[in-house]
Structures are given as structure tokens and as C-alpha cells.
Design a binder for this molecule. Structure first.
Ligand code: MRU
Length: 364
């Protein structure tokens, strides 16, 4: 997608054929800063500290991280070490493990001298596949927005609520939850997006940044405002992303998603989850029980990052020192609260049999 009219992906391989570049998402939307990752420690740091974030993007970046490791030393020990280092960076999003497992399986069957080239090739395929999947999600999701648009009466705006950032910055391009919105807008459907702020890391600011750059009408709201908007008929549908989807269709996404799904169900508002197959974990069934929920530093709750009065970016304490805080990064929305799963192969009900029918080749 575009920044200042120039098309970017959220990561790319540099001309040296070894290092990758990313946008430092800890600085966005205040500063657009591109950084280069040239070794495994830099990749590990970038994922752990959320310079890159969003389930599909961390999967693709981790895949390149393993390729970078193979450039440094393609031996078995280094392959094992780099895999272990990268897979532990963020526990909830399954794409990370999915991408690393895919690469490791391929690499272990090869002699070390062939590993570097194949690793870069496969990382490139994973990144390209993500773009294709997100475009397809966009196409299928756009059809849903279009039918709402036609139902409301052509010319009337469709109001969509989203949580966190599931746009192009969270994937390699297009996004998951935002791809249908981009496509609807590009085809002349009038959309307006309610963007949840998404405390504590304020990923809503990234969503607002993306939508603004694309010329899409949007309004950032405090996290707790969604229920009020739904009560007053100001939300026509919700679309969010997923970091892990279970075999029966439970979804795990940024903390706060569940509360929006509860409110949507009460108000009979369709609640869609957009996801590429790389977020489906067919090995688990019960999301509440089986998905590890990442707990991050309490400092993310007790401080906010922003621009100070002198125009300088920085952190501000919002609580007295020593206030006890907890920082649960994700929550699980059980399948019963989800209207439909928008995938690259079409939209299905959040039911094991529907997911299995759509992805029979991926079920272990
Ligand atoms: O902690 P983050 O910012 O990595 O969390 C991101 C989300 O929760 C997204 O909604 C999810 O990864 C789906 S992205 C396409």
C-alpha cells in the first residue's frame, strides 16, 4: 500500500540479497523510519519489541530471520539455535511458528551448502503468498460490505468497526481486516471506519494512519466507546483480524476483541474475522484452553508514547510509580460470537466442518 503516494510492502529483501528492511512500527505514525535487519539478533529484537508486529508480518520476518541465520552459518546447530531464538519471540500468533516450521522442515532435508538459497527462496514465497492471500480476503470481504451497502440503500455509508491494526502494516501488504475495506472504497462503496484506539500499544493509530493515507473516512475512538456506538445504531458491521484460529473457529486477537464481539452479538451486528490460512491452528480446538496468551511488560500499561509539547516523541507516565498493572496482550473470542470467517478461499461459518471443507489439504 502507499505512503505519500509511494507503494511499499511492510518488509522487503535488500539488494545485498541478505538483509531485510522494515518500517519501525514503534515510531509510527509519528515518524516513518525504515530500518535494516542484518543478523538474527536484530530480527529477534524487532519481533520481540514490536518494531514489526501483526501475525502474518511476524511470520514472514521470522522466515527471513532464519534465512539470515543460514547465510551466517548453515550448519545444523545454527539452524536449531536460530529456530529456537525466533520461535520464542511472541507466543500467541501461530504464523510465527507456522513459517519457521515450514522453513525448518525444508532446510533439514538439505545439505548445509544448499540451505541459504532455499531459505531465502522460501521466505520470499511466504511473503508473496501472504500478499496473494490478503488480496483474496479483500475480494471475499468486499462482497460482504457490498451487500450491506446495497441493503442500506446505495449512497448510504457503511460504518465498520475494527480493533487493533489488521492492515498492510500487520501483513506484507493489503492487510486482513482492512483489505475488504480498501477494496470496497476503491470500488466506490461509501465506507466509514470506527477505529478502536487499542490500548495499551495504540495500534489503532496505525490503522488510522493507513486509512488516512488511502483516503478512507475514519474516526478514532476510545476503546470503550464501541458498545455505545452499537447501541445507537452507528455500527453496521465489525471486521477484525486473528492471531490464531482454532479448528472449531475460535479466534484469538488483540485484547478487547472479545468485548466488541459480545456487544455486537447483543445488538445483532455482524462480527466478521478476516484471516489467512496461516493463522489456523488445526491442532487445537478450544481457544480458551489451548491458546497461550502473551503477557507483556506492565510498563506498556503505565506509560504512553506520543509527541510532547516540544514536538519530540517520547514516553509519558500515566500512573504513579509502583501501581500494580497487568498486560494481557490478546483474548479469545469463542466461535459462537463470530458471524463468519473471511479467508483467502472464501467466507465460511466458524464451524469445524466448514473450515475442514475449505482447507481439507491443510488438516493434519
Ligand atoms: O500485538 P500485535 O500488534 O502484533 O497484534 C496484532 C493483532 O492483534 C492483529 O489484529 C492480528 O495480528 C491480525 S493481523 C492481520
Amino acid at each position: 500500500m502507499k505512503i505519500d503516494g509511494i507503494h511499499y510492502r511492510s518488509l522487503w529483501l535488500n539488494e545485498d540479497g541478505v538483509s531485510i528492511s522494515i518500517f519501525d512500527q514503534t515510531k509510527l505514525p509519528f515518524l516513518v523510519e525504515i530500518i535494516t535487519l542484518s543478523n538474527v539478533s536484530e530480527v529477534e529484537y524487532a519481533i520481540r519489541h514490536m518494531q514489526v508486529r501483526g501475525a502474518p508480518l511476524i511470520g514472514a520476518v521470522a522466515a527471513y530471520g532464519l534465512a539470515i541465520a543460514m547465510n551466517e552459518d548453515p550448519g545444523d546447530d545454527n539452524l536449531y539455535l536460530a529456530y529456537k531464538t525466533l520461535v520464542s519471540t511472541r507466543p500467541t500468533a501461530i504464523n510465527l511458528k507456522w513459517a519457521l516450521d515450514r522453513l525448518r522442515t525444508e532446510l533439514t532435508s538439505l545439505p548445509p551448502e544448499r540451505r541459504k538459497d532455499i531459505a531465502y527462496q522460501t521466505a520470499g514465497i511466504i511473503a508473496d503468498e501472504d500478499v496473494t492471500f490478503c488480496k483474496e480476503i479483500g475480494r471475499h470481504g468486499k462482497a460482504i460490505i457490498q451487500s450491506l451497502y446495497e441493503k442500506k440503500g446505495i449512497g448510504d455509508t457503511v460504518n465498520i468497526l475494527t480493533h487493533c491494526n489488521a492492515g498492510w502494516l500487520a501483513t506484507v501488504d493489503w492487510g486482513t481486516a482492512l483489505a475488504p475495506i480498501y477494496m470496497a472504497h476503491d470500488e466506490g462503496i461509501k465506507v466509514h471506519v470506527w477505529v478502536d484506539e487499542t490500548r495499551p500499544r495504540n495500534q489503532g493509530s496505525l490503522t488510522a494512519f493507513e486509512l488516512g493515507a488511502h483516503g478512507i473516512e475514519h474516526t478514532l475512538i476510545a476503546d470503550n466507546a464501541g458498545g455505545h456506538l452499537m447501541q445507537h445504531g452507528l455500527v453496521d458491521m465489525c471486521i477484525v483480524g486473528s492471531d490464531r484460529t482454532t479448528a472449531r473457529g475460535d479466534v484469538c486477537n488483540k485484547v478487547g476483541t472479545y468485548l466488541k464481539a459480545l456487544a455486537a452479538k447483543t445488538h445483532h451486528i455482524p462480527f466478521y474475522v478476516a484471516l489467512p490460512s496461516s493463522t489456523i491452528d488445526f491442532e487445537i480446538w478450544d481457544g480458551l484452553h489451548d491458546i497461550p496468551i502473551e503477557k507483556r511488560s506492565p510498563d506498556e500499561v503505565s506509560r504512553v508514547f506520543g509527541i510532547g509539547p516540544q514536538g519530540k516523541p517520547g514516553w509519558v507516565d500515566i500512573l504513579p510509580e509502583g501501581t500494580p498493572c497487568e498486560n494481557y496482550a490478546f483474548d479469545v473470542t469463542p466461535a459462537e460470537f463470530v458471524t463468519g470467517l473471511i479467508t483467502e478461499r472464501g467466507t465460511c461459518r466458524p464451524l469445524a466442518k466448514d473450515l475442514k471443507a475449505l482447507f481439507s489439504d491443510l488438516v493434519p
